[in-house]
Structure formats: C-alpha cells, structure tokens
Write a protein that binds this ligand. Structure first.
Ligand code: ADP
Ligand code: MG
Length: 141
C-alpha cells in the first residue's frame, strides 16, 4: 500500500488511523531518513491508540512504554544500538511477543532479530514533488 501526504497533518492523520486499527501483538517497523516524519507518524499512531501524553523520540532510552491508551504502546528507536545483544538485555522479545503495539524506528539495524511477520512502513521524500511531499509505503512482511 502506498499513501502520499503533503503536510505533517496528513501524515499524523494516517498514523491516527493506523493506531485506531492496531491490535495487540502487532509490530510496525519504521524506516526513513532523519527529518522525514517518523516521529510525526508515531505521534499520530499514539493518538489513535488513545494516548494523550506527548510522544518524543526515545533516542537515548531505546524503548519508551505508554500504558494510557487502548492497548500498551512500545516505542523503540534503535538508531544508537551497538549490537543486537543489547536488545536482549532490555527484553526486546517480551515487548514484541507481548500484548501491545510495538513500533520500531530504524528497524533495519536489527533485522536479524525481527519477528517473522510485521508491517514495514517506509517514509520517503521526493523533492521534485515539493518540500512537504512524503511517500509512505506499508508492506506486510
Ligand atoms: P524523523 O522522526 O523522521 O526524524 P520528524 O517527524 O521529527 O522526523 O520531523 C519531520 C519534519 O518534517 C517535521 O518538521 C514536519 O513538520 C516536516 N514535514 C513536512 N512535510 C511533512 C509530511 N508530509 N509528513 C511529515 N512531516 C512533514
Ligand atoms: Mg524522530
């Protein structure tokens, strides 16, 4: 599935719809360059799950857990991970095979430990289509 957006509000709205539909145990991965809109989309997903507290990028904590929504939300940012063994130490499997929605930014860095099935979201810019244009690709793996 390919969705095109032309503003942060549209990307947020897409996230909100994904969050409304999300089921416990699902895993989303999120891939895209810095400043492409990963956090905007994640904030929409959180809103769709019914989470009202602010969502920041968990860049220095690897995982941030939000329990105030319809189901738990486990937000990973593995950009600074040294090697995948660090993920074991923080209990990665307990989240991924747990009862919440898991979202992993920069998941391409931990490809070898991803579950067998997940939804892969890729966000791309295309400057020929304008500064605020984003192509958002959702694939079932
Ligand atoms: P990332 O988390 O991928 O590093 P952010 O979500 O923090 O990126 O930032 C995305 C930036 O791009 C924001 O400043 C946002 O306002 C801007 N932006 C412009 N157009 C869009 C769009 N269509 N979708 C998402 N963000 C957009
Ligand atoms: Mg971010």
């Amino acid at each position: 599935m390919v969705i095109e957006t032309n503003s942060p509000e549209e990307t947020f709205e897409l996230g909100r719809q994904l969050g409304q539909k999300a089921k416990a145990g699902e895993v989303y991965t999120l891939i895209g360059d810095l400043g492409v809109g990963k956090t905007v989309l994640t904030q929409g997903i959180a809103r769709g799950l019914g989470i009202d507290e602010p969502i920041s990028s968990p860049t220095f904590t690897i995982v941030q857990v939000y329990e105030s929504g319809r189901i738990p939300f486990y937000h990973f940012d593995v950009y600074r991970i040294g090697d995948v063994e660090e993920m074991d130490e923080i209990g990665f499997d307990d989240y991924v095979y747990g009862e919440g929605l898991t979202m992993i930014e920069w998941a391409n860095l931990i490809e070898e430990i991803l579950p067998e099935h997940y939804s892969q979201i890729t966000i791309e810019k295309d400057l020929e289509r304008g500064f605020d244009y984003r192509r958002i690709i959702i694939e079932e793996i």
